[in-house]
Design a binder for this molecule. Sequence first.
Ligand code: DX5
Ligand code: ZN
Length: 217
Amino acid sequence: MNILSTSILAADFKNLGQQIVDVDSAGAQYLHIDVMDGMFVPSISFGMPVIESIRSATDMVFDVHLMIMDPIRYVEEFAKIGSDIITFHQEAADDPQAVIDKIHGLGKKAGIAIKPKTPVSVLLPYLDKVEMILVMTVEPGFGGQKLIPETIDKVREVRKMLDDKNLTTDIQVDGGINDANVMAIIEVGANVIVAGSAVFKGNAKENATKFLKTMGN
Ligand code: DX5
Ligand code: ZN
């Protein structure tokens, strides 16, 4: 079964609690939480107080996507406030293995992310070290962008690299995914699908229900 991770970056923040209940009741399994520092990416989103306060709104898996420089500095704090999966960018870490070890040491699942222009080969040392690989399908930093078509081939390559080693690591895709292109990306090997605008613009519960159906759930 594929997993839908709904990205609250596109949510209506004045109704955030209700929006989370809506996607939860529709059956979305993960809540994707984009943390941006204004350095690794141009924008700043939100941080610990928001995550801490929404933790009690749902039992959904908190899928935290750190778009921050030198992520090891904050792993412990994100673990403490209720993250279940902590994903950091390969490009932002001097020693990705140290970040992975820190996340695991805190009892959390680790994900490693790459931007659209980063070659998939940088993932090779970590294929069997993480629970999830995030292949960005847009330049990180903003919701509501169009999927970059070349990234579909990267997903296919990562799935092949994993298959060659008999690994069943999750592949997450993030950015510009909608009803019309989700099946194409699942077919090449992605199984954790992030959707922001496609779910939260309009009626979140209806959109998430429809999205899950399109994904074959
Ligand atoms: C972009 C974020 C995404 C974003 C996706 O940097 O990592 O998670 O919220 O939003 P959509 O689905 O609108 O492209
Ligand atoms: Zn994200």
